[in-house]
Design a protein around this ligand. Structure first.
Ligand SMILES: [Zn+2]
Length: 325
């Protein structure tokens, strides 16, 4: 039995930055294509231009996160379609929080529809609520005074395993070629059919925070961090991905890395968490406790009609009720 310890590591001088040093970052700047435009070869299935096609624009993070800048040359059309299907689950997993993120994707701003209510963003930072039925069990109320959105809704369905695969895929895109080639086991799992054999794998979780960060992210921002190897970091996973978009921040740890094989023989695995995914709980106006929202992504079964009750720290620039017509 492995003991899993989560460590919230807040701030620049925290344990987090001592454990994880080497990093690859995608911070919104200019347009960028990873990989080699000439001699294209798909990173995921290994096929080249003679064996498959590379016509579609391959996004590193999905377009619904507001990604208009980061693409790759190393994802073929067949793999692109496969990842697109997995990303449906990543989109649905965030449900109403995509709408609240107010990011325009390919099909406009994402709507959130329930039986009696209908919400959609109008521009970045502005939400319109239509058809609000107070009798309906789904509710969505903005507490202006405390700048919180109180939500009690049924979320769209998603496959947890697919959510995890979509996040791992982003991390794998960020690795340089030489480092990528060392992680065959992770790629094999990513490209294979979902299997329930991983249900007890302690890596299959996402740590997330919704709202509560000082600003929203109109474009996605991702950091892939690699462990500093020394005697103190023995029980930490090698890679972690931090990803933020809109009002959402996620952190995952990359599974099936050879240099993590020893962890199964350890009594304890430590997952250090960066500040963007850790919530401060306030008492009397002062931060008194830290909490973490950990969601298991091990299941291969579709999750349906999951209720989500949340109170999210959320500041909107315009009062959405003004727009309610
Ligand atoms: Zn491919």
């Amino acid at each position: 039995m492995i003991k899993v310890t989560m460590i919230p590591c807040i701030g620049k001088d925290s344990l987090f930055f001592k454990v994880y040093g080497g990093s690859y970052a995608l911070i919104p700047k200019t347009k960028m294509f990873l990989g080699n435009k000439e001699n294209r070869e798909c990173r995921f299935c290994g096929k080249n231009e003679k064996e498959t096609t590379f016509k579609m624009k391959a996004h590193i993070m999905p377009e619904f996160m507001g990604n208009k800048k980061y693409f790759s040359y190393f994802e073929c059309d067949t793999c692109n379609q496969y990842f697109g299907k997995l990303e449906d689950s990543l989109f649905n997993f965030a449900g109403i929080f995509n709408t609240l993120s107010t990011i325009k994707g390919k099909k406009g701003f994402p709507k959130f529809k329930t039986k009696g209510s209908d919400f959609q963003a109008k521009e970045f930072g502005t939400i319109i609520q239509k058809n609000h039925d107070p009798e309906n069990e789904d509710s969505f109320v903005y507490d202006e005074e405390n700048e919180r959105m109180n939500i009690d809704v049924t979320m769209p369905s998603y496959i947890p395993h697919d959510v995890y695969k979509s996040l791992v895929k982003i991390a794998l895109c960020m690795l340089p070629d030489d480092e990528f080639l060392q992680h065959k086991n992770t790629v094999d799992w990513l490209m294979s059919k979902n299997s329930p054999q991983h249900e007890n794998n302690p890596f299959f979780n996402v740590f997330r925070k919704i709202g509560g960060n000082p600003k929203m992210f109109p474009e996605p921002m991702a950091f892939l961090l690699r462990k500093n190897i020394n005697k103190n970091t023995h029980r930490f996973p090698t890679y972690t991905l931090l990803l933020s978009y809109g009002i959402i921040s996620y952190q995952i740890f990359i599974p099936f890395i050879d240099s993590d094989n020893h962890l199964v023989n350890e009594k304890e695995i430590i997952f250090p968490l960066e500040e963007h995914v850790v919530n401060h709980i306030y008492a009397d106006g002062k931060p008194s406790e830290l909490s973490v929202d950990k969601v298991s992504l091990a299941s291969v079964e579709k999750k349906r009609n999951e209720r989500h009750k949340a109170s999210v720290g959320f500041k909107i620039t315009k009062d959405f009720r003004e727009n309610k017509k």
